[in-house]
Design a protein around this ligand. Structure first.
Ligand code: SF4
Length: 397
């Protein structure tokens, strides 16, 4: 031993270690500004308020449901990623869109807003581990594997909103679409129709969340579980034979959310034992066995509405990000709100956006500097927009 520290070569999709380089072309930008206010500064709240007031209508602050309360307090609107991007596009007078969310969300806002609007992400290290699991080179290679197996011309790609602009552009170039957790059923049905009908032999390549793809296909479209295969980009040919690809209906990318993927069917059994009569509601990014063990499944907006509609005194165990669950508990003191698994933590990348980063961003804008601007290149923006417009054209959206 030389005493020197060595690091294993990271896989292409591994999260970069903070402070050890930057990859601004991907979800994994790690640049951290050096002149942040101290988190202990007692004037932070007042500084954020003053900077926002000075900017007036020139700034519009978006707060994702999974953000910290200290950030949500300054959001002009809260919501899921797609709702927020559309809200930004509906405010053309706002020169600066401060997106308190993660990198792919800011990209979507840049795609949907006008050229006169600049989208800012308060911390470039706020990426998404799920979006990082599908790099465009890997997806291009996977498509070549499907082509070699003779199934690409019967396959329509669908990507979850939680993916990079490059992946959304890939689906646009190949006649596919984007979906959210609210409209995945409609989007998948449309994709199967393009590929020859839900009962035909066409296929969907679903990126990057295998769980949302599987849960929607099996539980909402009635596709048999055995016709869902997982394409692993780290294995030759995705770890699948040409015959397995030919027999499959859903080709699921091997990606998942590091927060929702941690819930287990045992968590559901445990909370049912602990809290008699509890309603278990989970996000469709949870594993299939968790979703099938739960009473309800739905997007963050669906979960919020379910809690609003629930009778006083009812008990709920919620399987989604902790910031949202804590806020729901505070908003519904007349109901029992439990977290489905007490060991599951916050979304760590989303939580990189904190009050010091927001203050730094707003004060920079007041001083005439635009920090951490997110810009999608024109070609990717065009094709991603094609895929997003296709989603907006789906029935009932
Ligand atoms: S909660 Fe999951 S999908 Fe959402 S930003 Fe965090 S890692 Fe990505």
């Amino acid at each position: 031993m030389t005493g020197q520290t060595t690091f294993a070569e990271p896989s292409p999709s591994a999260l970069l270690l903070l402070g050890r380089g930057a990859d601004l072309a991907s979800e994994r930008g790690v640049e951290c500004p050096g002149d942040l206010p101290a988190p202990s500064d007692p004037a932070l709240t007042e500084r954020a308020r003053a900077a926002k007031e000075a900017l007036g209508d020139r700034v519009f602050v978006l707060g994702h449901h999974y953000q910290r309360d200290e950030v949500i307090a300054f959001a002009d609107v809260t919501g899921d990623s797609f709702k927020l991007a559309r809200e930004a596009a509906a405010r053309p007078e706002a020169e600066f869109i401060v997106f308190c969310g993660v990198h792919f969300m800011a990209e979507s806002a840049d795609i949907l807003t006008s050229d006169a609007q600049q989208v800012v992400l308060p911390d470039l290290a706020a990426g998404c581990s799920m979006a990082d699991m599908a790099a465009i080179d890997q997806v291009e290679e996977a498509w070549a594997v499907l082509d070699d197996a003779g199934v690409a011309d019967r396959t329509v790609p669908v990507t979850y909103m939680n993916s990079s602009a490059a992946i959304k552009a890939f689906t646009g170039r190949h006649g596919g679409t984007v979906c959210t957790s609210s409209n995945a059923q409609v989007a998948l049905r449309w994709a199967f129709e393009q590929a020859g009908g839900v009962d035909g032999d066409g296929k969907v390549l679903f990126l990057p969340d295998q769980h949302l793809g599987r849960n929607t296909a099996v539980l909402q479209l009635g596709i048999p579980l055995e016709q869902c295969v997982v394409f692993d980009p780290r294995r030759p040919d995705g770890g699948l034979t040409a015959q397995q690809l030919a027999d499959a209906r859903m080709i699921l990318w091997k990606g998942h959310c590091s927060v929702h993927g941690r819930f287990s069917a045992q968590n559901v059994a445990d909370v049912r034992e602990r809290v008699p009569g509890v309603n278990v509601i989970v996000h469709p990014e949870c594993k299939h066995e968790v979703v099938t063990a739960a009473d309800h499944v739905g997007s963050t907006e669906h979960i919020i509405r379910a809690l609003e509609a629930a009778p006083a005194g009812s008990a709920w165990a919620i399987g989604t990000e902790l910031n949202l669950v804590r806020r729901l508990a505070a908003q519904h003191p007349d109901k029992q709100v439990h977290y489905l698994d007490s060991t599951v933590c916050f979304c760590s990348t989303m939580n990189r956006i904190d009050l010091p980063h927001l203050v730094w961003t707003l004060e920079s804008l007041v001083e005439g500097r635009v920090p951490n601007r997110i810009v999608v290149d024109a070609d990717d923006a065009h094709w991603a927009r094609v895929a997003l417009d296709q989603m907006l054209a789906l029935p009932g959206i």
